[in-house]
Write a protein that binds this ligand. Sequence first.
Ligand SMILES: Cc1cc2nc3c(=O)[nH]c(=O)nc-3n(C[C@H](O)[C@H](O)[C@H](O)COP(=O)(O)O)c2cc1C
Length: 234
Amino acid sequence: MAGVNSTGSVTMQVSEAVASRRSVRGFLPDPIDGAVIRRVLDRAARAPSGGNVQPWHVDVVAGEPLAALKAIMLRRVQEAPGGEPTEYDIYPKVLPDRHKTYRFEVGEDLYGTLGIPRDNKLGRLLWFARNFQFFGAPVALFTSIDRAMGPPQWSDLGMYLQTVMLLLREEGLDSCAQECWAVYPDTVRTFLDLPPERMLFCGMAIGIADAADPANAVRTRRAPVDAFTTFRGI
Ligand SMILES: Cc1cc2nc3c(=O)[nH]c(=O)nc-3n(C[C@H](O)[C@H](O)[C@H](O)COP(=O)(O)O)c2cc1C
């Protein structure tokens, strides 16, 4: 069903939203209407979840509070460059080979585009720290989940997040999911006043992509369907 989104463009098909969603790592400072964010988060709650338990919790941060968080993080990243004790492993201790290769490739593609070679560890670290300024995005969100929830509910949370990112595309907006925030769980918990029973999963930067930012020139690769699917009877 075509319509007109908040930026005046004709809305897109699901396949266009899927194809055009990418992790944007450089945003224009243009503010985003809070009503649009509210609409996206509300609509995304149509995402399925096992038993309809809807395990997602969301905190949206923009304006003054976002400026305050960015200021805290400027200091925090310098004070504790290695981060804080984490509450979950972002990656398994040993990534299976195929997946390790994908991870390596995406890093090389990104830093290659930015012209920061592998041996420039400090350059890569400094660039990575832009995560903690949300790559200049005017809106941020964080998702958290009750500690009682297990892998199936974490998967539900992922479905909610992807639905958010696709609906943002329909609104003419871009995003970058950010697990890096799990490296500073105490700072985020204190800032958001998260209750102790809740665990932070990730952050997300939201806004309009800055087409001039070289980081946004990267188009990540994907393995073809036959690399991860076994077809039987079809
Ligand atoms: C849950 C999740 C967490 C992520 N965390 C980060 C992050 O902390 N920083 C970052 O720059 N990208 C992050 N990404 C983006 C991934 O690197 C990106 O999705 C992947 O390389 C595929 O690229 P694409 O999103 O452009 O298609 C994250 C993605 C997901 C789904």
